[in-house]
Ligand binder design. Structure first.
Ligand SMILES: [Zn+2]
Length: 396
């Protein structure tokens, strides 16, 4: 690695191809609750470059000045103990998002931090030495070769990622601090796999392959050489393209709370997960979250079939049940079949709805237009599940 890499970061928009990986990272930047991304690929596929480039492109965060964890001044409910004590004197600063690396050799103390028990007992004062999880708060936590990490540390990491809190307990003394981060793990599948229980806890998985196309490879090398020769000039050339992505990420963040997923689309999402043999509901929920975030990134507010299809690629790659013939191969055809199945179901349900409406009209009953999820009175035979997935009222 040349020294220039430390000062100038390769622009995100200049990375050739690897769209799945780039999309997965962007979606997590918009909506960290997706739960991070596992990037699977051979060495030298720009994995770490992409992560660093994305962090460099993201706008600065507002933080509490002087706070070890970089608490968000706008979210007092997530404050650390120190910020809670100092509520009136809080001053704010801007902080660039960083990539915090977790080395494979990291010990538990290095990750969670350490608590000085003797001072807690003798002086009643908790002395906490922050670890990697403290530095990672509101940043990107990058674990290269996560499959080589000690299982215990991976468990711990995923627990904290899910809660957004790091709780350290030693001999009856405990210390808690916020730790909410975008988890990015990479692994080379040739060097062993992750336990399936852990795989499932990564929100998305981007499987990337080395690029075989000669023209594309040529373009990669050309850009790399241009960057090495003149990092500043190269970065300036791509600044507008990077800014465009950054602006879109910000716009998508604002738009996300307004994004809706109609019931017929929800059924498609559930059908895809069911047919893929995904266990539990984490897959379904992540698929819906991801489709909504993709929708926001496209600056729309209603999830479409294409959003779900695109999201499924990222959500199912590591969740599909392995069979002797398919090694987690994401199968477009299978997804299309699931979509067809869900659509047929939606259609027949629509017909049922229509005939029910006619029946109601002839009986001169009042129409229930209040919303598709509201329980309609009288018909006790419908299960609540059917109601939840009922096609949207076209007039609503
Ligand atoms: Zn704080």
């Amino acid at each position: 690695m040349s020294k220039t890499h430390n000062r100038q970061i390769y622009p995100f928009s200049a990375i050739v191809g690897q769209d799945i990986m780039k999309t997965a990272l962007i979606l997590n930047a918009i909506n960290p609750s997706i739960g991070g991304v596992l990037i699977k690929g051979e060495r030298g596929t720009a994995k770490s470059t992409a992560v660093r480039s994305l962090a460099a492109l993201l706008p600065e965060n507002k933080v509490v000045l002087g706070c070890t964890f970089g608490c968000d001044p706008e979210k007092p409910e997530d404050f650390c103990e120190e910020c809670r004590k100092n509520l009136i004197n809080l001053r704010t600063a801007e902080r660039k998002m960083t990539v915090v690396e977790l080395p494979v050799s990291a010990t538990e103390d290095m990750v969670v931090g350490s608590l000085d028990i003797s001072s807690a007992i003798k002086e009643g004062e908790k002395k906490f030495e922050p670890g990697i999880l403290a530095a990672a708060h509101r940043n990107i936590l990058y674990v290269d070769e996560v499959n080589l990490l000690n299982d215990h540390i991976v468990d711990l990491l995923l627990d904290v990622a899910a809660m957004g809190l790091n709780i350290i307990e030693r001999e009856g003394v405990s210390y808690t601090h916020p730790s909410s981060f975008i988890l990015v793990g990479t692994m080379n599948p040739e060097e062993g796999d992750l336990r399936p229980q852990l795989l499932d806890r990564f929100g998305l998985c981007a499987v990337i392959e080395g690029i075989a196309d000669a023209d594309t490879r040529l373009e990669i090398i050309k850009r790399r050489m241009d960057f090495e020769n003149d990092p500043k000039g190269f970065t300036a050339k791509w600044a507008a393209a990077d800014k465009k992505i950054a602006d879109k990420i910000l716009a998508a963040k604002d738009l996300l709370p307004d994004v809706v997923i109609p019931d017929d689309m929800l059924r498609i999402a559930v059908q895809i997960c069911t047919d893929a043999g995904v266990d539990g509901h984490r897959g379904d929920i992540t698929l819906v979250k991801t489709a909504k975030t993709l929708c926001a990134y496209k600056l729309r507010t209603e999830v479409t079939e294409d959003d779900i299809k695109e999201a499924a690629k990222l959500v199912l790659a590591h969740r599909m049940r392995k069979t002797p013939f398919s090694n987690e191969q994401y199968d477009d055809k299978k997804i299309d079949e699931s979509i067809e199945k869900a659509k047929n179901h939606n259609k027949s349900e629509q017909k049922e709805n229509d005939s029910e409406t006619t029946r109601k009209e002839t009986q001169n009953e009042p129409q229930d237009n209040a919303g598709e999820q509201k329980q309609s009175s009288g018909s006790g035979s419908d299960s609540s599940e059917t109601k939840l997935f009922k096609a949207s009222d076209p007039f609503a």
